[in-house]
Design a protein around this ligand. Structure first.
Ligand SMILES: [Ca+2]
Ligand SMILES: [Ca+2]
Length: 234
């Protein structure tokens, strides 16, 4: 009798251990899953950083973050588009990197071909003449879509040219995967993108994902950034 009671306790302990093990496995698995998404977002940003650096060394400036400055720099006296101010930073970046001018295109081919990453959430277009050789010179027969890149959570990456930001030339809406919009203004970004102690901006551009929570934290919290995260240095 004594032995049987002891066995019952043992069984309960074993069941308890199994439950705990399963819980640990579930947590570890979901953790690994979200980690692989984060790694994917980081990889996309790293690829674009390489493309931006190649472009910058050739053009002497980081790619513009708005359509007006892109036209002024790369296709003077040409009409590009009537921008709708949605996702404009990342759209302008992609368009600049797609150009064949000055030994381009600079955009990573597999990344651009990846239709999980490349999308056009706000369904806007450039005018056809903007793709012409005397304008941006983008491959013939190619799409006129103003593409953006999205992170693994379906939200567009955000690109800001820091010179434009310093000059107060930033005002755009980010259209999220669920259709809602987040406004990004120069006033807000000028404060939020500075290093908390040195006051310095992240290099001459900033590129970031809102992270798993889909909330813009200007590179803080779970956001994934093209620059070393400020929290890591504090
Ligand atoms: Ca678009
Ligand atoms: Ca976030």
């Amino acid at each position: 009798m004594h032995r049987r009671g002891f066995t019952l306790i043992e069984i309960m302990i074993v069941i308890g251990i199994i439950v705990i093990l399963m819980a640990v496995l579930v947590v570890a698995f979901s953790g690994a899953f979200s980690k692989s998404e984060q790694a994917e977002a980081t990889a996309t940003i790293q690829t674009l950083k390489t493309n931006i650096d190649s472009y910058s060394s050739r053009w002497g400036t980081a790619p513009p973050g708005n359509m007006q400055d892109l036209a002024a720099l790369m296709m003077p006296n040409q009409v590009l588009a009537a921008p709708n101010k949605e996702n404009e930073g990342i759209e302008t970046l992609i368009l600049a990197l797609r150009s064949r001018k000055e030994n381009g295109p600079y955009l990573d081919v597999p990344l651009f071909a990846d239709d999980k990453r490349r999308t056009n959430l706000d369904m806007d277009m450039v005018v056809e003449s903007a793709l012409a050789p005397q304008a941006l010179d983008i491959e013939v027969g190619t799409s006129r879509d103003l593409f953006e890149f999205v992170d693994p959570w379906g939200n567009p990456l955000v690109y800001v040219n820091i010179v434009e930001l310093r000059n107060g030339r930033l005002d755009q809406n980010v259209t999220l995967g669920n259709g809602t919009q987040v406004r990004i203004t120069a006033q807000e970004a000028q404060d939020a993108l500075r290093h908390p102690t040195t006051g310095a901006y992240p290099s001459d551009y900033a590129l970031w994902s809102f992270g798993p929570d889909g909330i813009n934290q200007y590179g803080r919290g779970d956001d994934i950034t093209s620059w070393p995260k400020y929290e890591d240095e504090e």
